[in-house]
Design a protein around this ligand. Structure first.
Ligand SMILES: Nc1nc2c(ncn2[C@@H]2O[C@H](COP(=O)(O)OP(=O)(O)OP(=O)(O)O)[C@@H](O)[C@H]2O)c(=O)[nH]1
Ligand SMILES: [Mg+2]
Length: 730
């Protein structure tokens, strides 16, 4: 079965069939950790339910170079999906996915410390007739808790291979691989697994239905049992049989079964849960020895403080404040080092190449532009480092818990919190994470406000402005003012999301939100290996992005800001001005370039926000990606001051004056107005593209772009105008 011989060519070649192995299991049971251990890939792992929201696959080579495709799926509690991510997993497992047949083998990754709930899903998958291997994950935790599992007993009872593993400690991974190789190659003959249903007294209720299904095309007794339970418990499942022959008879049998359950005091909707758990509890009692509970667990003790009604939010604020402060202070030394290295590189290039357009482009376009953004690498690294720790310890789930009640108040579901918090890294994965939200209205609303969360691309913009215009004062010896201003930009984004959500649900996305009970994972020590990968990947993406998008934009911008060169008349006019003792605009060359003209074209519109034409150019280029405004300003100021190798961008911003009035172009108020604009505007192609994909229409990305732009304009306008009126304008 597993090999087919291809005799087309002169050489007889054995083409190996790919064996498809799906990893299924409850959310947060460690599927992706196992996936990474098997395939050597590095998909995202974190300590909260709903991390994986789409199907991911990787290859594993078995004996005789047999290829195995390992498929990581979003977590599910049962085969009845409640949200889009669960739908994806269930469709693939049950063979209802239009583009993909069911897998050849399912590895159910179960959290051994929570076995009954994990077995519920496992037995459901056994019952649909797929070959199953049970991987008991988190054995390291079980050992610490003194939890004993009779692996053989479990394997015998369920009639499937059971492999104890720890994806964290990389234990049992080789055994798991061997088991996969052995069972995966059997294909359809590999069916294993006993249905546990028959063993339960209550399951007799199903028997007439089982017989009916066996007569109507479901051969396997376990499949028939499972379907019987489904049609009893779920009206939708019954509907699927509506067009078949004998459906009246079926409806009659279902009615009778439901009545019988009623008579025993069991609501029929709970039939499946009751019957399965009756069997599972028995299995667990026979095969697991749980130590007597030693009072409350450590996680619970910690949670009593960290999720406390009043202390919880206080801790949350302190933790966030510490993080932003650290991002600010720790990054300083490496940032200066990168800055110096880039300065030296610029000098080298300048000495090596003869003066001319090429030298100019490399020094003032590429090195200045890309360098201005690269300098922020250390901050990005620290941001992701802290985010990864918050996620992997399980604290992020607590933040979601603390916020839950508040979210309900503003008409959003607690399920929106994690996608919103993920958007601090980047709105794209944040918007993807909304797939876990069950209610479609809540999901759309979350998508529409997610880009208000300050993503890592805004960090360079904030830091540049704060670094140049907010004094480095320690308040009361504890809080560092630049760190606080940075934190307040993040807070502003959150407030904006709340305000927008409130307005949008009044006028645009109407309907009720669904309440939701959050599952709190146990606290865990972060797995440093994973944290390192996360940070490394984020850093790499940032540098690659600088290397591609920012380099491209910098080159184009260098050209647009350098040409056309001023004509003879322009030069003479300037000379004449200078001779007559008047001040000459040092940007006069760039002013009349293509980019300069464009900037001046939009200047009247942005002047009320405090922005001049140079910032205007930056606003336009930053629609490619937000951090591009930094490289744009760097290129413009470098071109203006071409005699100096790499100008210090901060100093250049501080010293820039309007040629007519002599007033500074940038003041702290302008810096704040600009930051606010960046908090609120949706200047990001990738975000708009992902919204298009996730909502399946152009309507929402267009709407989002427009309303956020209006929001940003109004806010910056108000701040700048009110600030100026109050005398903060200079
Ligand atoms: N102690 C311990 N922790 C583990 C083990 N395997 C995974 N984890 C941790 O469990 C958490 C969840 O791991 P993931 O691999 O993201 O779980 P998942 O099943 O893919 O979760 P979803 O994608 O949300 O369904 C992470 O914090 C992991 O570090 C293990 O064997 N032992
Ligand atoms: Mg996962």
């Amino acid at each position: 079965m597993s090999a087919e011989i291809n005799t087309d060519s002169s050489r007889v070649e054995i083409k190996q069939r790919v064996v498809r192995v799906a990893l299924a299991g409850n959310p947060n049971s460690g599927k992706t950790s196992v996936f990474n251990a098997l395939t050597g890939l590095r998909q995202k792992i974190a300590n909260y339910p709903g991390v994986t929201v789409e199907r991911k696959s990787g290859m594993l080579t078995g004996p005789d170079r047999q290829p195995f495709e390992i498929i990581d799926l979003p977590g599910i509690y049962s085969l009845v999906p409640k949200s889009l991510d669960e739908q994806i997993a269930v469709d693939i497992l049950t063979g209802t996915c239009p583009v993909e047949p069911p897998p050849d083998l399912v590895v159910v990754v179960a959290d051994v410390t929570n076995l009954p709930r994990n077995l519920y899903l496992c037995t459901q998958i056994i019952d649909i007739g797929l070959p199953v291997i049970l991987a008991l994950n988190m054995m390291d935790v079980a050992r610490k808790k003194n939890l004993q599992v009779n692996v053989e007993g479990l394997a015998r009872r369920l009639n499937i291979p059971v492999v104890p593993i720890s994806a964290k400690q990389m234990e049992g991974i080789d055994e798991l691989k061997d088991t996969i190789f052995l069972h995966g190659r059997k294909g359809a003959n590999g069916r294993n697994g006993h249905s546990i249903l028959k063993s339960v007294e209550l399951a007799r209720v199903c028997e007439p239905l089982v017989t009916w299904f066996q007569e109507h095309g479901i051969d396997s007794p376990s499949g028939a049992y499972a379907e019987a339970l489904r049609v009893i418990s779920q009206p939708q499942a019954l509907e699927r049989w509506q067009n078949r022959n004998g459906r009246e008879e079926l409806s009659g049998l279902v009615q009778k079964a439901r009545q019988e359950l009623d008579a025993r005091g069991i609501p029929w909707k709970q039939a499946e849960v009751r019957i399965r758990y009756a069997a599972i509890d028995q299995i667990c009692a026979q095969n697991i020895t749980q130590p007597k509970s030693t009072g409350s667990e450590l996680s619970e003790k910690i949670d009593r403080i960290l999720t406390h009604k009043y202390f919880g939010p206080v801790f949350m604020f302190l933790i966030l404040a510490t993080i932003f402060q650290s991002i600010y202070t720790w990054a300083e030394v490496p940032m200066t080092a990168i800055e110096n290295a880039l300065g030296a590189l610029g000098q080298q290039v300048e000495q090596l190449l003869p003066p001319g357009p090429l030298q100019d482009m490399l020094v003032n376009g590429v090195i200045a532009g890309v360098g201005a953004v690269l300098v922020f690498l250390p901050q990005i690294v620290f941001l992701f480092f802290f985010l990864a720790i918050l996620e992997d310890t399980g604290y992020l789930a607590r933040v979601a818990f603390i916020m839950d009640r508040f979210m309900a108040k503003i008409g959003l579901s607690g399920q929106s919190v994690i996608p919103l918090l993920s958007s601090f890294a980047c709105a794209v994965p944040g918007i993807m994470a909304t797939r876990t939200i069950q209610n479609q209205r809540d999901r759309l609303l979350t998508i529409l406000v997610a880009p208000f969360m300050s993503c890592s691309a805004r960090l360079p913009v904030y830091t540049l402005m704060i670094g140049a215009f907010i004094p480095g004062i320690w308040l009361g010896g504890i809080f560092y003012l630049p760190g606080l201003v940075l934190l307040s930009m993040y807070l502003l984004g959150m407030v904006a999301a709340v305000v927008a959500a409130t307005i949008l649900q009044k006028f645009v996305v109407k309907g009720e939100s669904t309440s939701y009970i959050m599952e709190l994972p146990a606290y865990r020590m972060p797995v440093w290996r994973f944290i390192f990968y996360r940070v490394y990947e984020a850093g790499k993406a940032f540098v690659t992005n600088a290397g591609k998008i920012i380099m491209a934009v910098s080159i184009v911008l260098w050209f647009l800001a350098s040409y056309p060169k001023p004509d003879a008349k322009h030069q003479q006019d300037m000379l004449a001005l200078e001779k007559s003792g008047q001040t000459v605009d040092s940007f006069h060359e760039i002013r009349q370039s293509y980019a300069g003209r464009l900037g001046q074209l939009i200047e009247p519109v942005i002047r009320p926000l405090g922005f001049d034409w140079k910032i205007g150019i930056g606003l336009i280029t930053s629609f490619a990606a937000r951090e591009v405004i930094v490289s744009t300003l760097a290129t413009i100021y470098n071109l203006q001051d071409a005699d100096e190798t790499s100008v210090d961008l901060r100093a250049a911003l501080q010293n820039d004056r309007y040629p007519d009035t002599g007033k500074p172009v940038f003041t702290p108020l302008v810096a704040i107005s600009l930051m606010i604009f960046f908090v609120l505007a949706c200047q990001c192609m990738s975000t708009l593209a992902i919204v298009r994909r996730e909502t399946n229409s152009w309507r929402w990305p267009v709407f989002m772009f427009v309303y956020m732009l209006i929001f940003a304009y109004v806010a910056s306008f108000t701040v700048f105008q009110v600030g100026t009126a109050l005398g903060f304008g200079s």
